[in-house]
Design a binder for this molecule. Structure first.
Ligand code: GLP
Length: 242
């Protein structure tokens, strides 16, 4: 079931998205599912602000990220491991041993997927943060990915690599061609999901996710089957909805 929250500014949207996260952080052992991309950065700023101002502790928090590029070192400037440290982990007190990001740097990529899914299954994610790609992908589950998928290797589409080239000096040739990603079934196990999308270029994907047929053409449409999804939109991203 979708609960749709529309706000004028990205700051307001991020503050709203932080509310259910803050609720989860009151638990004794919270498990957070985290995402990269520009959409959740405002939420991460809220988490950092709250940690500084209110002393909210992440000592007992365990985190699982959605995805990681394959074939670049963990400490590469554009790895999702680096992104998460620069945008969140370096500013809160979550122990490094509690942080999980798929190990795209490993030689045995298939085994890295199996190991990640097994680690994830030891926990129950209390809240999963998501963005959405222009083609309706969530994490790196591109159109056509089966709804039953668990952590797997994904060949990235040209569109996704073009979108992400902005992080690689605008050069698509530098964008990795493959990623390790949690599957759609892995994501669906989370108890609660919050998805953040802004801008007109997300409007069609948002519409297809909510109003379109449930189809692997729009991977995010699987969320129609989830009991608790909150969608945080600005007016542009919501513009195709009624
Ligand atoms: C990448 C990530 C996704 C993210 C998407 C949208 O492909 N793997 O998890 O949702 O980008 O990114 P942005 O929020 O920057 O638009």
């Amino acid at each position: 079931m979708f609960n749709i929250i529309i706000r004028d500014t990205y700051e307001e949207l991020s503050a709203e998205a932080f509310k259910p996260v803050k609720e989860v952080l009151k638990k004794e052992h919270p498990v957070l599912g985290l995402a990269t991309g520009s959409s959740p950065v405002g939420l991460y700023k809220e988490m950092i602000r709250d940690h500084k101002e209110n002393g909210t502790s992440y000592q007992n928090v365990v985190t699982f990220n959605l995805d990681e590029y394959v074939g670049i070192p963990q400490n590469h400037a554009q790895s999702y491991y680096t992104f998460m440290h620069e945008n969140l982990f370096n500013y809160i007190d979550c122990p490094e041993s509690h942080i999980h990001v798929p190990e795209g740097f490993r030689k045995d990529e298939e085994q890295a997927c199996v190991d990640y899914e097994n680690a994830l299954k030891q926990y129950s994610v209390d809240i999963q943060v998501l963005g959405i790609g222009r083609d309706g992908h969530i994490a790196f589950n591109e159109p056509g990915t089966p709804f039953t998928s668990e952590t797997h290797l994904m060949d990235l589409t040209e569109e996704t690599r073009t979108d992400n080239a902005r992080f690689f000096d605008g050069d698509i040739n530098q964008v990795p061609k493959k990623a390790i990603t949690q599957g759609l079934a892995s994501i669906m196990r989370a108890k609660k999901i919050i998805l953040i999308a802004t801008g007109e270029n997300k409007a069609q994907a948002v519409y297809d996710m909510i109003k379109g047929p449930k189809s692997t053409n729009c991977p995010a449409s699987i969320l129609q089957d989830h009991a608790d999804v909150r969608v945080y939109l600005d007016k542009a991203a919501a513009s195709k909805l009624d």
